[in-house]
Design a protein around this ligand. Structure first.
Ligand code: SF4
Ligand code: SF4
Length: 62
């Protein structure tokens, strides 16, 4: 199961460089996560790296 970014995203860009599998990209209005690429950081970090850095707390389970 992948994570998803809600409309609360402020487009700050903090999450994109944190993703170990480059699943995050800038969408038209908010950043977005490719559900086929997101591994939930399994084997990389105990908690999803993107969630840890998001100041808007807008990255949630899909
Ligand atoms: S949970 Fe990990 S793999 Fe998935 S989008 Fe966030 S940083 Fe990338
Ligand atoms: S860190 Fe959060 S607020 Fe910033 S771009 Fe990513 S999802 Fe949006």
């Amino acid at each position: 199961m992948a994570l998803t970014i809600t409309n609360e995203c402020t487009y700050c860009g903090a999450c994109e460089p944190e993703c170990p599998v480059n699943a995050i990209s800038a969408g038209d209005d908010v950043y977005q996560i490719d559900p086929a690429a997101c591994t939930q950081c399994e084997g990389y970090a105990e908690n999803p790296a993107c969630v840890s850095v998001c100041p808007a707390e807008c990255i949630v389970s899909a």
